[in-house]
Design a protein around this ligand. Sequence first.
Ligand SMILES: Cc1cc2nc3c(=O)[nH]c(=O)nc-3n(C[C@H](O)[C@H](O)[C@H](O)COP(=O)(O)O)c2cc1C
Length: 315
Amino acid sequence: MNWHKEVVRDLSVQLAPEHPGGLPLANPVMTAAGTFGYGTEYQHLFDIQKLGAIVCKGTTLQPKEGNPQPRLAETDCGLLNSIGLQNIGVKALVNEKTPIWATWRVPVIVNIAGETVDEYAQIAGALDGVPGISAIEVNISCPNVKAGGMEFGARAESAARVTAAVKSATSLPLIVKLTPNTGEIVSIAQAVAGAGADALCLINTVKGMAIDIHRRKPMLGNRTGGLSGPAVKPVALAMVYEVSGEVDLPIVGCGGIASGNDAIEFILAGASAVQVGTAGFANPRAPFDVLEGIQQFMDREGISSLSELVGAARR
Ligand SMILES: Cc1cc2nc3c(=O)[nH]c(=O)nc-3n(C[C@H](O)[C@H](O)[C@H](O)COP(=O)(O)O)c2cc1C
């Protein structure tokens, strides 16, 4: 008789275990906000339904044109961006994108950013009960906008205020996305957890800049930007490791993840899921490669359930 050994792998993740509706993902691989559009741009190129979740572009109350050009500059091992949250605004998102998402199996998470606490709540309110949205990711960590963004996320008190306001405006699960541009990420994470976050995402970009020595001017129209890609992976990993030891919420690791092995490092550090961002610009298949790489690692190591690995490097 010819027996085929069936490999049973459980990659499922529950990102909001305390939330009444929960946020179940079939696997831990998500796209990072601002690097995968609305998902619709990719739906005819890849089987996007295979992903754990799609996080859409940062969404504001009103449409936004973003920062002056140039908005991207390559660095030795990373990317600087100062997009400044260019997007279609929440009304167009609800009218044009969510009906498409409602037909998808893959959960879509809307990343939101406000200029005031009240704006965050208004955006969350406009998304509440709309079919096609599985959760909100609250961006209190964008380094590229004058008002809002990182201004709220760099201090525990204001980070908690935004989280509580969004929480009271929506019944959707909340992921709060933190900035590395602070010395207090642990106390900010604790404050956000206390204010009702269901999960945390670490990290947004690291503030940086590049200068054109011939023009003697900053490379980016906004002068400074946010660094992402391989350069920030060790920073993100250390922050996931540190925060996961102090806060009892699922963590989504993000920063420089380009392979299954990168993702496994974040999971061992304490992340329950991962997001793939900049890697997708050089290799649009990157999120799918990361997923396959995780599966291959599990097969090689004889791991049947990914949850066994979460935080294993801490033990
Ligand atoms: C071009 C670009 C646009 C981004 N836009 C957003 C955004 O709208 N909202 C947000 O929370 N993060 C945004 N980010 C940050 C990413 O989601 C991610 O946190 C960061 O790039 C680190 O991950 P990576 O190294 O895998 O790209 C953006 C990053 C890039 C490179």
